[in-house]
Design a protein around this ligand. Structure first.
Ligand code: ADP
Ligand code: MG
Length: 337
């Protein structure tokens, strides 16, 4: 009798879910990223009770072929990379093949998908396929996640108030919309619309949709490049600030990332013009050869290692400094210690 045995697929998926699916906002992030990778032009997100009751994402992307539907829910199954070389050059948002099996292992999932000529629908509950059958053939995918964490009560108990969970969802959708101005997003919570973007491709317009059109007068464009990096985006003038860093969005080759050094580089760019404890609204898009990055650091793919990070930070700070001081619209009234 062996003491050591392989875990069942469902148990392994639930363990992975512990990292990938921390809260409803993580489900929204993973599913919207899948819709983006599927070349969708429109992504509609319907949420009930901050995602704990229902998360539904409808896209008009390439869909999944009938024979691939079951495989998509298997751990480490992906259409996005196939060898090690791809891993180091990855440009798609997904590549780990973990989201669908992880989410399905801790909820009740109904997925309907079509490539345009054949449609499939599948129902999976707690990682077990309940039903799979043909469906209509409208191109795209809709996925509905209900009763999240129904079989992991400890995780369910850890959820914060509905308000907090909803604000996390709204935050991630804002950032994904900012990173993809060419996709029309809508976010509806309990039948009330929270966000709608046009998908017409104008980053500035998306910023207006999120932060208010009247603020656009106080937001200016930045752009610069060196041998390794191209940066562009928008930053607010020092008179338009927020009390939290969370209105700074950094996208690296189209992927929303968290990076403290870059946030600091952005605020450093304001020199003495920001009041202590105030942060700008900023969107920084960075393009670089993917070989200079390692996205495979954490299951949520939000931490990315960047070679030459210091050089990048210097470029960002200098570009913002030059742009803000050239504008020279307000006097240097505030000092930071
Ligand atoms: P990953 O995104 O890392 O590849 P996922 O578990 O999120 O892994 O998805 C598995 C596969 O299912 C994807 O590689 C993709 O082929 C397919 N897929 C998932 N969602 C969609 C979607 N909305 N549209 C088309 N294909 C999808
Ligand atoms: Mg994915």
């Amino acid at each position: 009798m062996h003491k050591i045995h392989e875990l069942s697929a469902i148990l392994a998926d639930q363990i992975a879910a512990g990292e990938v699916v921390e809260r409803p906002a993580s489900v929204v992030k993973e599913l919207v990223e899948n819709a983006i990778d599927a070349q969708s032009t429109q992504i509609d997100i319907n949420i009930e009770d901050a995602g704990l009751k229902k998360i539904e994402i409808i896209d008009d992307g390439i869909g999944i072929e009938h024979d691939d539907v079951k495989i998509a829910f298997k751990r480490h199954a992906t259409s996005k990379i196939n060898d090690q070389k791809n891993l180091f050059m990855v440009r798609s948002l997904g590549f780990r093949g973990e989201a669908l099996p992880s989410i399905a292992s801790v909820s009740d999932v109904h997925l309907k998908t079509s490539t345009g000529d054949e449609g499939t629908q599948i129902h999976i509950k707690g990682g077990k396929i309940e039903d799979i059958k043909p469906s209509d053939s409208r191109r795209g995918t809709s996925i509905c996640v209900e009763n999240l964490f129904f079989n992991t009560p400890a995780r369910l108990k850890y959820m914060k108030s509905l308000r907090t969970e909803l604000s996390q969802i709204s935050d991630i959708v804002d950032r994904l919309a900012i990173g993809h101005p060419d996709i029309a997003f809508s976010l509806v919570h309990n039948h009330k619309e929270i966000l709608r973007t046009s998908g017409r491709g104008q980053l500035k317009q998306v910023i207006g949709d999120i932060y208010g059109a009247k603020n656009l007068k106080k937001i200016i464009k930045i752009s610069n490049s060196d041998n390794d990096f191209t940066i562009n985006g928008y930053v607010s003038l020092p008179e338009l600030t927020r009390s939290a860093r969370s209105h700074i969005t950094i996208n690296l080759n189209g992927r929303y990332i968290k990076n403290y050094s870059l946030v600091k580089a952005i605020t450093d760019g304001y020199g003495s013009k920001l009041m202590v404890g105030r942060y700008p609204i900023a969107v920084l898009n960075i393009e670089l050869n993917p070989i200079l990055t390692d996205v495979n650091v954490h299951p949520t793919k939000q931490t990315v290692r960047i070679s030459k990070e210091e050089q990048l930070c210097n470029l960002v700070a200098k570009t913002i400094y030059d742009t803000i001081y050239k504008e020279n619209l307000i006097p240097d009234v505030m000092t930071r210690d």
